[in-house]
Design a protein around this ligand. Structure first.
Ligand SMILES: NC(=O)c1ccc[n+]([C@@H]2O[C@H](COP(=O)([O-])OP(=O)(O)OC[C@H]3O[C@@H](n4cnc5c(N)ncnc54)[C@H](O)[C@@H]3O)[C@@H](O)[C@H]2O)c1
Length: 257
C-alpha cells in the first residue's frame, strides 16, 4: 500500500526546489496535493506534470505573506478534496544582511513570509484538523536555526521561531491527534541555493560542502522523503520533533578557509 494513500496535503512554496520535490514524493506516495505558490507559470506546469497517470496535484496561487490569500487556499483545498490531512509550511525567502546594516523592511519581509506565513496557514487549517481529530503539520526550518552563520541572523531568527512554534503546538494539540514536526535541511541544491551562490560567490558552496560531514550538498528529494515519513502513519507517535537532513553539517565546528 502507498504510504500516503487517501491523504490530502497542502504544500506551500511548491513550484520549485524542496517544495516541488515534496509535492512529487507525496503524489507518488498516493496523496492528493494542493501546490501553493506565487509562481503561477511554474506551479501550473509542475502540477500538470505531477497529475499524469491518474495522480492528483492541483496548483493554487497563494502568497503566504497575505492572510486573505491563505484563507482562500485552505477553502479551495476543502472544496476540492473535502479535507486537509497534511500541511507543509515550506515557502520562504532567503535574505541575508549584516545586522547593523539591515533595513527594517528586510527584517519584516523575512518574518512575514518565513514565520508569519506558517502562523497564517496553521490558523486556517487547524479548525478542520481539530474537527477531524487528525492532522500532520510539517514546518521546514533550517540548520541555520541550530548554528551560527555570519550575516544570516534575521533568516535564522525566523527559522528558530518555527522550531518554537512547532514545539508549542505539538504540546497543545497532541491530544487532538494533530502532530507538529519540523525538518531542518542543511545545504540543499535548489534555486534558492543558486541565488545564494550568485550573491555570495563560489566560496559559499565550497564552504558548505566542506562543513557537511558527508562532503556534499543534499538533494531536494532527500528532504522530501523525510516529509513523506512525517506525514505518514508510520510517524503516528512522532510529535514535536525536529529532524535534521543536513549530512552532518550541524555536528561539525565552523569551517575556515
Ligand atoms: N536550499 C537550502 O539549502 C535550504 C536549507 C535550509 C532550509 N531551506 C528551506 O527549505 C524551504 C524551501 O527552500 P528552497 O531552497 O526549495 O527554496 P526555493 O527558493 O528554491 O523555492 C521556494 C519556493 O517558494 C516560493 N515562494 C516564495 N515566496 C513565496 C510566498 N510569499 N508565498 C508562496 N510561495 C512563495 C517560490 O516561488 C519558490 O517556488 C525554505 O523554507 C527554505 O528556507 C532551504
Amino acid at each position: 500500500m502507498s504510504r500516503l494513500n487517501d491523504k490530502v496535503a497542502i504544500i506551500t512554496g511548491a513550484a520549485e526546489g524542496i517544495g516541488l520535490a515534496i509535492s512529487e514524493a507525496f503524489v507518488k506516495a498516493g496523496a492528493s496535493v494542493i501546490m501553493a505558490d506565487i509562481n503561477t507559470a511554474k506551479g501550473k506546469r509542475e502540477a500538470a506534470r505531477l497529475s499524469r497517470d491518474n495522480r492528483r496535484a492541483e496548483y493554487a496561487y497563494c502568497d503566504v505573506g497575505n492572510t486573505a490569500s491563505i484563507n482562500l487556499l485552505v477553502e479551495t483545498c476543502v472544496k476540492t478534496f473535502g479535507k486537509i490531512d497534511v500541511l507543509v509550511n515550506n515557502a520562504a525567502v532567503a535574505i541575508s544582511g549584516e545586522i547593523t546594516q539591515m533595513p527594517d523592511e528586510d527584517w519584516d519581509t523575512l518574518m512575514n513570509i518565513n514565520l508569519k506565513g506558517a502562523f497564517r496557514t496553521v490558523r486556517a487549517c487547524l479548525p478542520y484538523m481539530i474537527s477531524a481529530q487528525s492532522g500532520s503539520v510539517i514546518n521546514i526550518s533550517s540548520t541555520q536555526a541550530h548554528r551560527s552563520w555570519d550575516n544570516w541572523t534575521a533568516y535564522a531568527t525566523a527559522k528558530g521561531g518555527l522550531l518554537s512554534m512547532t514545539n508549542q503546538l505539538a504540546g497543545q494539540f497532541g491530544s487532538n491527534n494533530i502532530r507538529f514536526n519540523s525538518i531542518s535541511p542543511g545545504t540543499i541544491l535548489t534555486p534558492m541555493l543558486d541565488k545564494r551562490m550568485k550573491s555570495e560567490g563560489e566560496q559559499f558552496l565550497k564552504a558548505s560542502i566542506h562543513q557537511a560531514a558527508m562532503l556534499r550538498c543534499g538533494k531536494p528529494e532527500e528532504v522530501a522523503m523525510t516529509a513523506v515519513f512525517l506525514a505518514s502513519d508510520e510517524a503516528a507517535f512522532i510529535n514535536g520533533e525536529d529532524i535534521k537532513v543536513d549530512g552532518g553539517l550541524s555536528t561539525l565546528p565552523r569551517y575556515f578557509e
